[in-house]
Design a protein around this ligand. Structure first.
Ligand code: MTE
Ligand code: HPA
Ligand code: MOS
Length: 797
């Protein structure tokens, strides 16, 4: 019996539900510990004239008030470009930007001191809208391009041509545990940083460079995160560095834990996107040419935006073959907190765009040839799916191998009774009624691997003890997604022991160094493979030791003949020769066998060149599709989702219980993004929706009443650990089926309403779109403005 493939409970399940699993804020108070708070900007843009700290410093109980001038090392940081100041230097660039750090002995002294720091700023007009940033030429990146064929020429020859736009808004991560760090002074000027980060190595790097220390002087440890969802891939680094600076300057332990409102206001969110396209297609709705321009709101600093844009551009094809295509992407600079990684990492925005394009094409087909097919979005989607060569190559040149979508979609269409329900809904929508219904089937193909090729690496350490128990350490962090549970199962199976005998240890840079953040859904692929490799090294040593121990003749000394199962070692051809695993470990140690090993894994076969926009960025694709049914209230604009059928290919599941949790949780998180989660700022750039009273995340009661989720049975890819496929991010994209269904519902009223719908489809947005039901988008000044702005800055070949 192997444990891989079985529904083991999450290793911290009981700790999570009883509240016994400690997070940073729960760690016991250290002697002399200081509480840390940040003074942040209330102005979105301006020159920083002065920060007066004297009054705050003089307050009893205040131990330090620090500004940029107190930073001993680098004053800027950033994962790709070091353009973000730790503490504002001569200007402020968003509301919530840290300006000064206060450290105090009590919460009361801290609150008083924060209010006493005086900040002098000469305000300037902020750039708050993506449209304005485009018009004024405020960009964080040069344009990037992925193209194939000759889109301009094919467009000129296409029978039908349409232009369109889509606005997609951002999303707040709402991890349960806000950004948190506890910094503790170590020996010889070293620092121990306990931090809720997805990327301990990057946090270590950022802290060390700010303090002017060597990497060997900073240890970052992560027991667990109360959720990250991408929001702690890079953005844990700033608060961690602030706490570390306090420890560095005072020699005392320092803890910084954001409260919910501060976390909302200070941290970056999912990238809002604006897309504009021209699409050429034939009578069957088959795309002949596509030109797309994507603009992302990167906020004030670069952060991960170029990589997010890369992934968005790499997902504009989604499940469809685009023969002549030209995709241009550019990141705009605005005066918002720098936008960052969020589950899907640009992929959801890219897929939202192509799905709207196909919707637009389907509506145009209906308008132009009312009597003939295709009459539905589904027919247009189907006509464009990837298929056999030559229709199997992505715009960036990677061949879509193991394409399960045609079969998966066939099964989903059947099991969801799609055709019959679609006709019934369209018939019903013709009756005058308060309720509109909508139905859409949306495929998703999500590329697995970091888009930055070098990041696809991991190391692991496995220690076997003489009682037959095992400790595993990797650079992967546990944030609720079940990584530790899965690695535990994989390692237990290598030794043929029960998972309870394997402990997953705190992630720490002193054991696993130079690691990539836990992101891109690839952590099991990477860390799992490294851990299995380390365990196999030890198993090999134990096997060779056992053969000697059994004094077998030379003909039998093939270590592969030693089997590890059911907690014992056994010789394949001599059943009498067996040893308990613990007994073997103890005896092997006595014989001086090394029972510890490291593994290293680097994903093979990857190469992507941003310059040419070509290569193999992904090891494989996780594929799936969902059919969503929605009900729209025409009076209030409210949407509910009575039914979803989802089918996803995640290869051979390592842990079906955890994977199911990822699928349902990811879908519901995406449901929030496409329906109710709406970030609203005031005209000065302050976030108005800075609490869960005004920012509407989905509740359990908002989840589809009927939610059927099926693993599509396949053999699984041969090149991944245990033939599994990544599951972390893809389910979020499946919520685009809900957005498609809402668009479908509106299209039954008018194609113009459908074309106007922006994402998220909040109640207000649905009403707005419906109120424009009689006006074609082309006649709208706003639309033309956006189109012109994009054109003015569109790069030329
Ligand atoms: N699930 C939980 N419970 N909490 C999280 O923070 N993050 C998501 C996803 N699922 C997240 C989650 C994101 S953004 C990613 S990239 C993956 O988990 C990362 O973990 P993995 O590589 O182990 O799938
Ligand atoms: N996904 C998530 N995080 C990343 C990626 C990616 O593709 N590339 C760099 N950081
Ligand atoms: Mo996930 S957005 O790659 O942390």
């Amino acid at each position: 019996m192997t444990s891989t493939g079985s529904a083991q409970p999450h290793e911290s399940a009981i700790g999570h539900v009883t509240g016994r699993a400690p997070f940073i804020a729960d760690l016991p108070t250290r002697r002399d510990e200081l509480l840390v708070g940040l003074v942040t900007s209330t102005v979105a843009s301006g020159r920083l004239l002065a920060v007066h700290t004297e009054a705050a410093r003089a307050l009893p109980g205040v131990v330090a008030v620090l500004t940029a001038a107190d930073i001993p090392g680098a004053r800027h940081f950033g994962p790709l470009v070091a353009d973000e100041p730790f503490l504002a230097i001569d200007r402020v660039d968003y509301v919530g930007q840290p300006l000064a750090i206060v450290a105090a002995q009590s919460a009361q002294a801290l609150q008083q001191a924060l209010a006493l720091v005086q900040v002098m700023v000469a305000p300037e007009a902020p750039l708050l809208e993506l449209d304005d940033a485009m018009t004024r030429g405020a960009f964080l990146t040069a344009p990037r391009r992925i193209s194939r064929g000759d889109a301009a020429d094919a467009m000129a020859r296409a029978k039908h041509v349409r232009r369109g736009t889509l606005h997609v808004l951002g999303q707040e991560h709402v991890y349960l545990e806000p950004q948190s760090t506890l910094a503790i002074p170590g020996d010889h000027g070293q620092l121990d940083v306990h931090v809720s980060t997805q990327g301990p190595s990057e946090t270590q790097h950022v802290v060390a460079s700010m303090l002017g220390k060597g990497l060997h002087e900073v240890v970052c440890s992560v027991r667990r995160l109360g959720g990250g969802f991408g929001g702690k891939e890079t953005q844990a680094n700033l608060p961690a560095a602030c706490a570390a600076l306090v420890t560095h300057c005072t020699g005392r332990a320092a803890r910084l834990v954001y409260d919910r409102g501060d976390d909302f206001r200070r941290t970056g969110k999912r990238h809002p996107f604006f897309a504009r396209w021209t699409v050429g297609f034939d009578d069957d709705g088959r795309i002949e040419a596509l030109q797309v321009e994507l603009f992302a709101d990167g906020g004030a600093f670069t952060d991960l935006s170029p990589s997010v844009m890369d992934r968005a551009m790499l997902h504009v094809d989604n499940a469809y073959f685009l023969e002549h295509v030209d995709i241009i992407g550019r990141v705009c600079r605005t005066n918002h907190a720098p936008t960052t990684a969020f589950r899907g990492f640009g992929g959801p925005q890219g897929v939202a765009v192509i799905e709207r394009i196909l919707h637009d094409v389907a509506l145009a087909c209906r308008e132009q040839r009312p009597a003939a097919s295709p009459t539905s979005l589904w027919q247009v989607q189907h006509a464009n799916l990837y298929g056999a060569a030559p229709r199997d190559t992505t715009p960036y040149g990677q061949v879509v191998q193991g394409n399960h979508l045609p079969e998966l979609l066939r099964q989903l269409r059947h099991e969801s009774d799609f055709d019959a329900r679609l006709s019934a809904i369209e018939r019903e929508n013709r009756q005058p009624s308060r309720w509109l219904r909508g139905l859409a089937m949306t495929p998703v193909k999500f590329g697995i691997s970091f888009v930055a090729t070098f990041m696809n690496q991991a190391n692991a350490q496995v220690l076997v003890y003489p009682d037959g128990t095992v400790q595993v350490s990797t650079g992967g962090t546990e944030m609720g997604q079940g990584l530790h549970t899965k690695i535990r199962q994989l390692v237990a199976d290598v030794f043929g022991i029960a998972p309870v005998h394997v402990a997953m240890m705190t992630t720490s840079t002193e054991k696993n160094h130079n690691t990539s953040p836990t992101a891109a859904s690839a952590s099991t692929d990477l860390n799992g493979a490294a851990a299995v490799q380390a365990a196999e090294i030890i198993r090999g040593r134990l096997a060779r030791w056992a053969l000697q121990h059994w004094s077998l003749p030379h003909t039998d000394v093939d270590a592969a003949n030693v089997q590890f199962a059911h907690g014992a070692l056994r010789h394949a051809h001599h059943p009498a020769l067996s040893l308990g695993f613990a007994e073997a470990c103890s005896a092997a140690r006595f014989d001086r066998v090394d029972l510890g090993a490291r593994g290293f894994y680097a994903t093979p076969g990857l190469a992507f060149d941003h310059g040419t926009g070509r290569g193999t960025p992904f090891r494989y694709f996780t594929q799936g599709a969902a059919v969503a049914e929605v009900r729209v209230d025409r009076y209030t604009g409210m949407v509910d989702v009575p039914r979803v059928d989802l089918r996803i290919d995640i290869g051979r599941s390592i842990n079906p219980a955890i994977d199911r949790g990822q699928i349902i949780g990811g879908f519901v998180q995406g449901l929030g993004w496409v329906t109710t989660e709406c970030l609203v700022y005031d005209h000065e750039g302050a976030l108005l929706t800075d609490s869960l009273c005004t920012y509407k995340v989905p509740l359990a009661t908002d989840a589809p009443a009927h939610f059927r989720c099926v693993f599509h049975e396949t053999e699984g890819p041969t090149e991944t650990v245990a033939r599994s496929k990544a599951v972390g991010e893809p389910p979020l994209l499946h919520a685009l089926s809900v957005f498609g269904a809402i668009t479908h519902a509106l299209s039954c009223v008018s194609p113009h309403a459908a074309r106007r719908l922006c994402l998220p489809a909040t109640a207000e947005e649905v009403l707005r779109a419906l109120s424009w039901a009689d006006t074609p988008v082309e006649s709208d000044a706003w639309w033309m403005h956006s189109a012109r702005a994009v054109t003015a800055h569109a790069p030329r070949a």
